[in-house]
Design a protein around this ligand. Structure first.
Ligand SMILES: Nc1ncnc2c1ncn2[C@@H]1O[C@H](COP(=O)(O)OP(=O)(O)OP(=O)(O)O)[C@@H](O)[C@H]1O
Ligand SMILES: [Mg+2]
Length: 279
């Protein structure tokens, strides 16, 4: 999080947590797949260099199809990179096998765009939050479920509800609770408020922004919404066709964008509605 001075919010926890160097991601181009044989690979992400400082929030913006989700998923080793390196807390995880990755996986979590599809509709909230903790061998799971619900501002009684018994914003807070229950250091949030109405968006963002400070989280925050990026990010990366067109401190990029594409994105921001600008 940034304040008006631009100083890191938590200077004591300085240092880079997530780093990528010359990262390329290629995926099979199914449209060009021959009837027999493999689809040719197309490059989705080109030569990305990034450093996310511990305790900071990196915004990733760009048009639809620019590669934001692909980059995020590659950082979490959910997609294999074609070239380049990814480091997490100084450890090169680019080629780590699943066994070696397992402890790292707990430390990097993801919150998804659509909680209705990412939360199992047949599990109660308590079980949804408990499942990954069980998988990672946590103790005191019951108390941790309550703590996680407290952190996201949901009543503890919600543990017995099903996802369909919650509002969209409450569901998204369950997604956040499930992620933070694992005590991760890094969270990737991919368009997590884009399906919500404006007031639920504000609530979910306030919860997340609060947790970043409180728990010292490091966040990569993918969003179409540049006003949200400015509100919660320290740095911003602008992607176009899988390449970085601009990357820097959020205030610098918003106040003095260098790339024509960034200026286009900024010009497209609707003027804020003062009625709704309550955060
Ligand atoms: N599994 C896949 N196989 C092949 N191509 C893919 C795959 N997933 C994404 N792509 C392509 O990669 C490019 C980047 O997709 P990605 O989902 O990363 O974009 P995005 O910036 O997240 O877009 P959006 O804002 O719409 O979510 C797109 O051209 C997309 O069609
Ligand atoms: Mg996406």
């Amino acid at each position: 999080m940034h304040d008006s001075s631009g100083a890191p919010k938590n200077p004591a926890a300085a240092g880079v947590l997530v780093s990528a160097k010359a990262l390329d991601v290629a995926l099979p181009d199914m449209a060009a797949k021959p009837v027999f044989g493999r689809a040719p690979l197309i490059r989705i992400i080109n030569g990305i260099d990034l450093d996310i400082a511990r305790g900071s929030v990196l915004g990733i913006v760009g048009g639809s199809g620019s590669g934001k989700s692909t980059l995020g998923r590659a950082l979490l080793r959910l997609i294999e990179p074609a070239a380049g390196t990814i480091e997490f807390d100084g450890l090169d995880i680019t080629r780590l096998g699943e066994d070696a990755l397992r402890p790292v996986r707990r430390r990097m979590q993801m919150i998804f765009q659509d909680p209705m599809s990412s939360l199992n509709p047949r599990r109660r909230v308590g079980a949804i939050i408990a499942d990954p903790m069980q998988m990672h061998g946590f103790d005191r799971i019951d108390g941790r479920i309550d703590d996680a619900l407290d952190h996201v501002g949901l009543p503890r009684g919600f543990r017995s509800r099903y996802p369909h018994e919650l509002s969209g914003g409450q569901r998204q807070r369950v997604g956040i609770a499930r992620a933070i229950a694992l005590e991760p250091e890094f969270i990737l949030a991919d368009e997590i408020v884009s399906g919500l109405d404006v007031s639920s968006q504000a609530q979910v963002l306030n919860v997340l922004a609060g947790l970043v400070g409180e728990l010292g989280l490091t966040l990569a925050f993918i969003s179409h919404d540049l006003s949200v990026i400015r509100r919660i990010c320290d740095q911003v990366m602008v992607l176009q066709r899988g390449s970085i067109v601009e990357y820097g401190d959020v205030d610098r990029v918003f106040d003095a964008p260098q790339a024509a594409y960034t200026r286009e994105l900024l010009d497209a921001i609707p003027l804020p509605d003062p009625q709704q600008a309550n955060w």
